[in-house]
Design a protein. Structure first.
Length: 399
């Protein structure tokens, strides 16, 4: 790893710069990801096949889902086919593309958050692509007597199509909202509002965290000024959209019948359904946040002073709290539909932690024992991500 930070710095600019090469990883990820998601959908089903069948019902019944973003794109790609096999192939293509876009946005975010005038070219050519790839693969370690996925809230999931499709847009919403928090540029609020709506129309989960945290950080940064009040605009727009979605999902007889929701509603509980899957929630919590908590232990002054890390950490706290105390009643009570935001926020927290670590190493390329532990944890979690995906593809069990 240290060699990656040292090599290539003496090469001439024409040898260091390979602008066309940056498109090779997204293209490869798209092709490989499409095959992986198609294999998951075709051989194991998971939520990808469930969502494909749901789309067939929506097309046949001429019903527009409350969160229709993924379904409309899949329907358009497959020319509104109601053939399940065609939809499964289309699912692989759409999700492979979403994974590739997520990789590229992650790469752009790392490049943006670690940019320095004197930064060597090999960061863009090797370090940033490697870290970006790792961030879309890494997974939390397995634990004895716990479900590998069901107990934890890992940053990356492979079985749920709407989560995979959501993540690029959740990343963009995080980046644009952080831009506003740092600079207060009112022109970005229109883009933030649009991204809020897109997030909600794909999967409302991440908005649950964004809605309270973005205004809170705006208030902290700007006080009771015009910039704070304007920051409420995308949140209010999102609340209106979410309210309409709530009426469709929980008050519509047509949706209840089509989605087989069984009259579901929202209720408050105590670590339900989390406690159904996890035997030791405090230990699971530490396991899911192993890398961020290690960074906090080793570099506490940087953790608490980095606004992006704090923003992502606050989103994660809210995401975990929602999973702990809010659940859906009815036949889907154990589906954990109020847990997706914990996964998404954890992914953002890992991104900001890696970006912060890269900033440290670019100003001081020497590695101490703490750095080697953090690098080892990152590499280990990437390896566990590969192991989890292999286990899922072989066994068909994503839990």
């Amino acid at each position: 790893m240290r060699a990656l930070f040292e090599q290539r710095k003496n090469l001439p600019p024409q040898a260091q710069s390979t602008p066309g090469w940056r498109w090779a990883p997204p293209i490869a990820i798209f092709l490989i990801g499409s095959v992986i998601f198609w294999a998951v959908a075709y051989y194991h089903g998971a939520d990808i096949k469930v969502h494909a069948r749901y789309l067939i019902s929506c097309i046949e019944q001429r019903f527009l889902p409350a969160a229709f973003g993924y379904y409309v794109v899949l329907a358009a790609v497959t020319l509104f086919s109601t053939n399940l096999q065609i939809l499964l192939i289309g699912s692989g293509v759409v999700l492979g593309a979403a994974l590739a876009v997520r990789y590229y946005i992650t790469f752009v975010a790392l490049r943006k958050y670690t940019s320095q005038p004197s930064s060597p070219e090999h960061y863009r050519c090797w370090v940033l692509p490697a870290c970006s790839l790792g961030l879309i693969i890494l997974f939390c370690p397995p634990m004895p007597n716990e479900y590998w996925m069901g107990s934890n809230f890992p940053p990356n999931l492979w079985h749920n199509s709407t989560y995979v499709f959501l993540m690029p847009f959740a990343l963009l919403l995080f980046m644009r909202s952080q831009d506003y928090l740092e600079g207060g540029n009112e022109r970005v609020l229109a883009g933030i509002s649009l991204l809020v709506v897109i997030n909600l129309l794909i999967k409302p989960s991440f908005f649950f965290c964004f809605a309270p945290i973005f205004p809170l950080f705006a208030l902290t940064n700007f006080g009771m000024s015009r910039r704070f009040w304007l920051a409420l605009t995308p949140v209010l727009i999102g609340v209106i959209v979410l309210g309409v979605q709530y009426l469709i999902i929980y008050k519509s007889d047509a949706y209840d019948l089509l989605a087989d929701a069984g009259g579901a509603s929202i209720s408050l509980g105590w670590f339900y359904p989390w406690s159904y899957y996890a035997e030791n929630i405090p230990l699971v919590l530490l396991n899911s946040l192993l890398l961020p908590l290690s960074f906090l232990a080793f570099y506490p002054h940087i953790f608490v002073r980095n606004p992006r890390v704090l923003y992502a950490a606050a989103l994660t706290v809210v995401g975990v709290a929602i999973y702990a105390f809010v659940y859906e009643t009815g036949p889907r009570a154990l589906h954990g539909n109020f847990g997706w935001q914990a996964n998404a926020s954890n992914a953002l927290l890992h991104l900001t932690i890696i970006a912060s670590f890269l900033e440290i190493k670019r100003s001081n390329s020497s590695f101490n024992w703490r750095d080697w532990i953090l690098v080892s944890l990152f590499v280990m979690e990437v390896a566990f991500g590969v192991a989890y995906l292999t286990k899922f593809l072989v066994s068909g069990n994503y839990m």
